[in-house]
Ligand binder design. Sequence first.
Ligand SMILES: Cc1cc2nc3c(=O)[nH]c(=O)nc-3n(C[C@H](O)[C@H](O)[C@H](O)COP(=O)(O)OP(=O)(O)OC[C@H]3O[C@@H](n4cnc5c(N)ncnc54)[C@H](O)[C@@H]3O)c2cc1C
Length: 309
Amino acid sequence: MHKILDVIVIGGGQSGLACGYYLRRHKLNFLILDKEEKCGGAWLHAWNSLTLFSPAEHSSLPGWLMPKSENLFPLKQEVIDYLCQYEKRYELPIERSITVENITSENKVFKVYTNKGIYFSKAVIAAAGTWNNPYIPKIKGRETFKGIQIHSANYKNSEEFRNLKVLVVGEGNSGAQIVAEVSKVTTVKWSTRKPPQYLPDEVDGFYLFNVATAKYNAEKEGKPFNAANYDLGNIVMVPPVKEARSRGVLISSGSFESMYENGVIWSDGTKEDFDAIIWCTGFGYDIFFEKHCFSRRTRHCKNRRKQSN
Ligand SMILES: Cc1cc2nc3c(=O)[nH]c(=O)nc-3n(C[C@H](O)[C@H](O)[C@H](O)COP(=O)(O)OP(=O)(O)OC[C@H]3O[C@@H](n4cnc5c(N)ncnc54)[C@H](O)[C@@H]3O)c2cc1C
């Protein structure tokens, strides 16, 4: 007879750990399956200079405050350390290097197929994030471009772009932060479909989380919500972005229609050569869940908009 768990959580990033905390409090029999070898979720793959949007005291998972950082906004490695300590502190049952490949359900039991065997549970939580599914728009001629092309999911630092002519594509936070960093070592142009929109300087992640929580609560109660004119998707003015603004490098060149072997063709028909293109064009949900949407009870399927960080 196989063992049937109460819950299997797919993904051991920050969402999976937060779920684990509550599952433990409710004394449920559960397991978190994560395909990474190490703790840290998507933060393991983020670029080296990425920081949180909000100070440590406003970035905590349930139960345990994130330790204070010497930096106003905690660094990537501090976030990873916190996540690693969090799972130890709550002795969360996590099995690593396990990739969930398929899920079926029969007689109210889920059969979770992985690269290391099959697990059974009464419920499944999809906390697999988006990092595994970087999105690049379909652009005519993209396949003919002979230069370097990477997605922000694979960007680590500006060094490999030193002295190259670089185009950064995308008007979100990733685009702004990568323009800020790469423009320190070389010539960068920034392509955006619409003019980049910035949050006021004083608005950080703490404010955004409060607004998002108030919005969620209002929607739950069916009440109207006015987010005080702040679009939560606008660029957060973290210190490197402010510094780039003061250097005058946050200037959009607009959008391009197509590409050719050496570069892009701008909307007005002008051709421009580039050595490298960095796509900061967001993520789709994990391909696996996109394909399966395996249960009526899965919220994952309800909102499959692209994420644009
Ligand atoms: C510029 C920028 C700034 C950001 N700032 C902040 C911020 O200030 N605060 C903040 O909270 N977030 C911030 N983020 C976002 C943050 O990095 C992610 O939103 C967060 O990591 C998502 O957590 P998650 O647990 O949902 O997913 P993830 O961290 O992606 O974790 C999912 C886990 O599931 C695993 N997995 C995926 N598929 C499978 C499978 N089939 N089987 C088994 N395991 C699987 C993955 O390997 C991963 O370990 C920022 C991101 C960017 C780009």
